[in-house]
Design a protein around this ligand. Sequence first.
Ligand SMILES: *Cc1c(COP(=O)(O)O)cnc(C)c1O
Length: 375
Amino acid sequence: MVNAFQVPKLQLLDACKALSNINILRYLRQLGAGLDTVSIQEVEMGLHAGFSPQDIVYTPNCVSLEEIEEAVALGVRINIDNTSILEQFGQAHPNYPVCIRINPHIMAGLNAKTAVGHIDSKFGISFHQMPLVHRIVKATGLTIEGIHMHTGSGILDAGVFLQGAEILFSIAKDFPDLTYLDFGSGFKVPYRDGDAETDIEDLGEKISERFHAFCQEYGRDITLTFEPGKYLVSEAGYFFTRVNVIKQTTSTVFAGLDSGLNHLIRPMLYDAYHEISNVSRPMGKPRFYTVVGYICETDTFGINRRIPDIQEGDVLAIHNAGAYCYSMASNYNSRFRPAEVMVHNGQAHLIRQREKMEDLMRNQIEVHLPEMVRK
Ligand SMILES: *Cc1c(COP(=O)(O)O)cnc(C)c1O
């Protein structure tokens, strides 16, 4: 990505909600990334990982003004996505420059659950509301230091991206104090053979050229910012799980795993496709399986998958698990969350312990009620 965007000032922010283990954050910081955060806890984790406050952008949605105040106290960059908070913030902190998140009203991709830049989305300030924004800025004396958009996953070609970019440019020219323009993310990664992925070189070339023209028009160079999440980490991660049961029914052969939607919710939540391979028997004769989890509700990882002959006890690898796998995991059904292992230069490091019973009990408070008397 660094090579793809040829501009004087580029900043890549790792959207840490995709994969938030502190070791990963530190590694990406060493590579020169900043951090994109969506909660005050992510901000604190980023500071703990050694990011400087100026390299952290906090982009909350529908959080309280109190939480935004905490971000002010920590000195990070703040991205505001509604005019109500913008007005309140401007009155309280007229000297704290902020970024505003714009809703460009474009539909990125076809999945309504992951697109966030369209007209019905709860994110961002509509670009039609710019007169109101300018009135708030004028009335409060607030400085707008950045303009941001994030349209969600599913941007395939540079054309759709540039369409959103044009909207940002047309808004940006009316704010004289900008230091950056943030185009968010939406970069697509392949989940299976033949899947298209964002052509980052092509996008980089087109955006860089257009950004350069904008900076000339604007009168000075500002920073071009992106916030890739899954593009950085999705393909780097695998989720390994054992097969507990092979169950033949009247309609299919189920492979029942020692895992479930508590560990990887994307297939059930977004109809996401994740490749599944049999690492115990890679050369086995392929057969068709419906791969399911152990959670007590419909819990399917993949239907009719052609996988090398699975036997009970085999270990399967679920691909593209670097993004939104562990970070969306829960203890549903009172199950433990698994360990995390980082492989670096061929060496494996345990970077998170598998949970234990005491983890499930930790915050529970046992109260002793008087004995129930049955009438
Ligand atoms: C989630 C998120 C991202 C990252 O999205 P990906 O699809 O994982 O690249 C970037 N910016 C913001 C504001 C986000 O909420």
